[in-house]
Write a protein that binds this ligand. Structure first.
Ligand SMILES: NC(=O)c1ccc[n+]([C@@H]2O[C@H](COP(=O)([O-])OP(=O)(O)OC[C@H]3O[C@@H](n4cnc5c(N)ncnc54)[C@H](OP(=O)(O)O)[C@@H]3O)[C@@H](O)[C@H]2O)c1
Length: 337
């Protein structure tokens, strides 16, 4: 066991794109668990676009990370020492344990990690990504067989799962992504019916060609101009799930709001935001379905694993420059070690 606990603290609030210098590494002693606490060795850290919002000041669905505080993050880890009877040394757990090697926390703040199909599945298939895709699509949009489902950020961790669930439900699925290679992967590997590269194609024209019957369901991870363009293509009683708006997370000045809002009115359509934590009491339902679809080969999971906690301050920007495919994860320590 290492003697040092590397911790990445939020040093300053980013302006625009996250800089490495927005974080500070502090080497602390490994903490001792108090009564009722569990000492966890973090093995994997999930990197999420939401982290950009947590670094800002201001009102949101969770309080901001404070300056000087360990950067917030969901991890999977192994119990090293336990002073809570419900956990034993060697157990695998998940929790919001942050960008650090070790955390000593009350046992009630931990969840049990699955080991099948893998430990990283706690951050992808049965983590925030899979659950967000499941509820954000099925609960908010109720897609019906034969409908056209359009997904932005389609080659990302949430988007790639959304598209595959929509296919499982018998929908026609079109994805929007930022490279030709991602578009080819969506169609050739994940079974999407089509994909559009928003960086090289005229988005409106390309989507009109790929969605000749219009869009019944739009799962939006991107916001901004993409959302505005899709509003022009929606059908009567369309449902739009506002999952994220990553195109605006680094913006120092907000782009103008959607100009095509009237399309919601004309089409009696619904646009609804959601936060996955509101579904916590139904996570087991999502996990069971996702695990089954994965087991029978209908749902593929892509993970993009970066080695080393010290890479996290750089790696997080891969979410914003689009160099990740699937769930971006940092491997902090060896599972077996
Ligand atoms: N509502 C919730 O509870 C909830 C929960 C989890 C995640 N989310 C949201 O879901 C979205 C996806 O999250 P994720 O974890 O699955 O990340 P991800 O999709 O794996 O990674 C982000 C992707 O966004 C795309 N992107 C980045 N900047 C963009 C821009 N300016 N315009 C268009 N696309 C851009 C990039 O792909 P390209 O190469 O295609 O550009 C990048 O790979 C995010 O908006 C996130 O905030 C919401």
């Amino acid at each position: 066991m290492s003697e040092i606990n590397r911790q990445y603290l939020l040093k300053q609030r980013p302006v625009g794109r996250i800089k490495e210098s927005d974080f500070e590494r502090k080497d602390s002693p490994v903490p001792e668990p108090g009564e009722g606490e569990v000492l966890v060795r973090n093995l994997y850290l999930s990197l999420d676009p939401a982290m950009r919002g947590w670094m800002n000041e201001g009102k949101s669905y969770v309080p901001p990370v404070q300056l000087g505080e360990v950067m917030r993050g969901l991890t999977v880890g192994r119990v090293v020492r336990s002073r809570d009877d419900s956990f034993s040394e060697g157990d695998f757990v998940t929790g919001i344990l942050g960008w650090q090697d070790y955390a000593a926390v009350p046992g009630k703040q931990l969840g049990r990690a699955v080991t099948e199909p893998s430990l990283t599945a706690n951050l992808s298939l049965m983590g925030i990504a899979g659950r967000t895709a499941y509820f954000g699509l099925l609960d908010i949009c109720d897609p019906k067989a034969g409908e056209t489902v359009l997904v932005s950020g389609a080659a990302g961790s949430v988007g790639s799962i959304v598209g595959q669930i929509a296919r499982i439900k018998g929908c026609r699925v079109i994805g929007i992504a930022g490279t030709d290679a991602k578009c080819a992967w969506l169609v050739d590997e994940l079974g999407f019916d089509g994909a559009v590269n928003y960086k090289t194609e005229d988005l409106y024209k390309a989507l009109r060609a790929k969605c000749p019957d219009g869009v019944d369901v739009f799962f939006d991870n991107v916001g901004g101009e993409t959302l505005d363009t899709v509003l022009r293509l929606i059908n009567l009683r369309a449902r739009i799930s506002i999952c994220g708006a990553i195109s605006t997370y680094n913006a120092t000045e907000m782009p103008p709001g959607p100009q095509n809002i009237r399309s919601l009115l004309v089409n009696r359509a619904r646009m609804e935001g959601f936060i996955i934590f509101d579904y916590a009491d139904r996570f087991a339902e999502a996990d069971a379905a996702l695990a089954d679809w994965h087991k029978d080969g209908r749902l593929k999971i892509a993970e993009d694993i970066v080695d080393g906690l010290d890479e996290a301050p750089r790696a997080i920007n891969r979410l914003f420059d689009g160099t990740n495919t699937g769930k971006l994860i940092v491997r902090i320590a060896d599972e077996a070690g």
